[in-house]
Ligand binder design. Structure first.
Ligand code: PLP
Length: 375
């Protein structure tokens, strides 16, 4: 297949292999056929296997981008009379707060600094003072900044106060090794276009079966985005309740084969290698990051705009884009940042190629190297 290979340094969708792209081209099939169901059943098991869950965990597939899972878990898993606790230290946990607001559900928005690991004492105090918290919600990796959150510790706290622990692992799943038992996870989630390096349109919630079954009696607040309804339909029929993203599922099937071939450890090592190459180029050009290294995920580097009168993100972006490299604006309001992400089917030499083009762009627009910062 002769398809141009673009290096996506944006936070997903990520660069895919040609074999994953090609897997989408299949004979037309009605997804209600047994042949199609025979793809989804092992896929559901594989998705649980990636986070080392046993028979007590299951995965439930949805047709949509990753945000559908945020919507599903937040609205489906809150029992009557309970409230949600959102640890809010980035743009994705802010999204969770918005979802809860739109549903009109009771919640505590626990705002924490965006560039530091959250203080566990404050989280514990909040749980202690609010005995009606049904679940604690935290984003594992805040993709907007690159901050990694301590899910295992927060999961343990949630359990100590009899709350479920839900974590959005969309931008860490199948990249940073996760173990649902050691990380005290009741529910996590991801979408096919990030860690597993598939196509957009398939997302999944992985969670404890017993809790999903318990949620049968929780108020139903959405018809399309209800976790129990989707789970129950799968269990009874082997199918998604509504039309699945057929070709995306074929791509995900291939992506999972490639995931297990590469292996959890080797894949994480590759992501780290990519980030090392990103950091190396930043150091060479004098680019400064928003977050200190000790709180970074290792998957996203959030770079401050240089204080150079000639710096123009859009121009530098376009220069790189035209040469096959995509960089992405940051999500930290009030500060000019862009992001370089270590997702996808790329490796360190791709980053070396990127820095060469990036430096050319700086030169082309008369931006001084090493880059300058006022403070
Ligand atoms: C990408 C991402 C999502 C999903 O975003 P979509 O645009 O709906 O795909 C959710 N949470 C996190 C942390 C993410 O990085």
């Amino acid at each position: 297949m002769d398809i141009k290979r673009n290096i996506l340094l944006n936070p997903g969708p990520s660069t895919t292999t040609d074999t994953v792209k090609a897997a989408q081209i299949v004979p037309d099939i009605c997804p209600r056929e047994k042949e199609f169901q025979s793809i989804m059943a092992p896929m559901r098991e594989d998705l649980v296997k990636i986070v080392h869950g046993g028979d007590d965990y299951t995965s439930v597939l949805f047709c949509g981008s990753g945000t559908i899972c945020i919507d599903v878990v937040l609205n489906s898993l809150l029992a009557e009379g309970k409230k949600a606790l959102v640890i809010n230290n980035g743009s994705y946990s802010s999204r969770a707060v918005e979802v809860l607001t739109y549903y009109g559900l009771p919640f505590i928005d626990l705002k924490m600094p965006l560039d530091k690991s959250p203080e566990l004492d404050i989280i514990e105090m909040t749980l202690k003072r609010n005995r009606d918290i049904g679940y604690v919600y935290m984003t594992h990796h805040e993709t907007g900044s690159g901050l990694l959150n301590p899910i295992s510790e927060v999961g343990a706290l949630a359990h100590r106060y009899n709350a479920f622990f839900i974590t959005d692992t969309t931008s860490s799943y199948a990249m940073i090794p996760i173990n649902v038992y050691e990380d005290n996870i009741d529910f996590c989630m991801a979408s096919a276009q990030k860690g597993i390096m598939g196509m957009t349109g398939l997302s999944f919630v992985i969670g404890k079966k017993s809790l999903i079954e318990k949620s049968k009696d929780f108020p139903k607040r959405s018809y399309y985005c209800n976790l129990y309804m989707q789970y129950d339909f799968f269990e009874r029929t082997g199918q998604m309740h509504f039309t699945p993203p057929v070709q995306t599922i074929y791509a995900a099937k291939q992506a999972l084969i490639e995931y297990f071939e590469e292996g959890e450890e080797a894949k994480w090592a590759r992501h780290q290698r990519i980030m090392e190459a990103i950091h190396k180029g930043e150091e060479r050009l004098g680019l400064k990051e928003m977050l200190s290294r000790d709180v970074q995920s290792g998957l996203v580097s959030c770079v401050r705009y240089p204080d150079d009168q000639n710096w123009d993100f859009d121009k530098v972006h376009d220069y790189c884009y035209e040469r096959g490299y995509t960089i992405y604006p940051g999500k930290i309001e009030s500060q000019g940042t862009f992001r370089l992400c270590a997702l996808g089917a790329i490796d360190a030499p791709d980053i070396v190629g990127f820095w060469k083009v990036f430096e050319e762009a700086l030169d082309h627009y008369d931006i001084s190297v090493p880059v300058r910062y006022e403070a």
